[in-house]
Ligand binder design. Structure first.
Ligand code: SAM
Ligand code: DTB
Ligand code: SF4
Length: 334
């Protein structure tokens, strides 16, 4: 049953179950809704890198921090298409383009993104963009261009958020998510663990996500990649067990959403990643770079797929959230 009225205590009780019980329950729910051997490979491309005016404390692309990221202007259409062709040839069924923008502006750059969205959609890839804040009209334009999904993360709990970002509010993010949802675009929304938050903040993030009017179809769980020059450069690494608990809990409270094991895989063994897949993660980013930071080598992931007997999830596979049964839910307040 898909619920939207979770209390923090209920989610906390799930998060703190004995680990074997938690993973077993998550895995059972996962297998009811998905093929447990299927993992989607997605490719990320930073189409405009660095120089961002925001102050997100984790981000190597914020102009105010002195990191080794080399800023680049918006890539041209041909460069982006070439990268999408390569991604598809390497087995990715989703292609996500990220821009280090605070928000989309109605200018030639946005027009170029719209043109690229049309072209990549014609390649039979699930196209996703993450471009910062959007208004209603921009969301509609992206939808008309064929955009499949939009990524906009809440990052952490509403309380901890203020310690990480000051240049835009949690409510700003919720408003963008509304615009994306109302335009009929699939919502990709998750967060980051390992930013010095407490357990209650990871639970608070999951509560906000699970109590949205409709669950995001896609929930990326990123482990912080601490980057030199950012305020989080010396952040102590989060325990793997907390990542596993976060993924398992996400799977239980949002049973029909794709849960994406996103940033942070370079620090994980294959055995640890296998536990995440068992607990309900069903997507990874492939390719040796995320947006600006390293990701496992393509060949290493290929070997992991073979070792674990994983299959590639094809594009546009019907998500339970998109059918009638998936809409049935409990919405009354508790
Ligand atoms: N500028 C746009 C925005 O913030 O909405 C889109 C790009 S932004 C880099 C996309 C997401 O990447 C962020 O919301 C954050 O969750 C994630 N991210 C950024 N830096 C990260 C890091 N060092 N470790 C883990 N995740 C990170
Ligand atoms: C998401 O949640 N994770 C991806 C994607 N959405 C855009 C980005 C991770 C970025 C990690 C830091 C970097 O490579 O710059
Ligand atoms: Fe800019 Fe996005 Fe990085 Fe924040 S996360 S500094 S908005 S690129």
């Amino acid at each position: 049953m898909v619920r939207h009225n979770w209390t923090r205590n209920e989610i906390g009780d799930i998060y703190n179950k004995p680990l074997m019980e938690l993973v077993f329950e998550a895995s059972a729910i996962h297998r009811k809704n998905f093929d447990g051997n299927e993992v989607q490979m997605s490719t990320l491309l930073s189409i405009k890198t660095g120089g961002c005016p925001e102050d997100c404390g984790y981000c190597p692309q914020a102009a105010r921090y002195h990191t080794d990221v080399k800023g680049t202007p918006l890539l041209n259409v041909e460069e982006i298409i070439a990268s999408a062709v390569q991604a598809k040839a390497n087995g990715s069924s989703r292609f996500c383009m990220g821009a280090a923008w605070r928000e989309v502006k109605d200018n030639v750059h946005f027009d170029r993104v719209l043109e690229v969205v049309k072209k990549v959609t014609d390649m039979d890839l699930e196209v996703c963009c993450t471009l910062g804040m959007l208004n209603e009209d921009q969301a509609k334009k992206l939808k008309d261009a064929g955009l499949y999904a939009y990524n906009h993360n809440l990052d952490t709990s509403p309380e901890y958020y203020e310690k990480i970002i000051s240049t835009r509010t949690y409510q700003d993010r919720l408003d963008t998510l509304d615009h994306v949802r109302n335009a009929g675009i699939s919502v990709c929304c998750g967060g980051i663990v390992g930013m010095g938050e407490e357990e209650k903040d990871r639970i608070g993030l999951l509560q906000t996500l699970a109590n949205l009017p409709k669950h995001p179809e896609s929930v990326p769980i990123n482990a912080l990649v601490s980057v030199k020059g950012t305020p989080m450069e010396n952040q102590e690494k989060i325990s793997f067990w907390d990542i596993l608990r976060t993924i398992s809990t996400a799977r239980i409270v949002m049973p029909e959403s794709m849960v994406r094991l996103s940033a942070g895989r370079t620090e994980m063994s294959i055995a640890e990643q296998a536990l995440c897949f068992l607990a309900g993660a069903n997507s990874i980013f492939a390719g040796d770079k995320l947006l600006t930071t390293p990701n496992p080598e393509f060949d290493q992931d290929k070997m992991m797929f073979e070792l674990l007997g994983l299959k590639h999830r094809p594009a546009f596979k019907e998500s339970p959230l998109n059918n009638e049964v998936g809409q049935a839910c409990i919405t009354e307040e508790v």
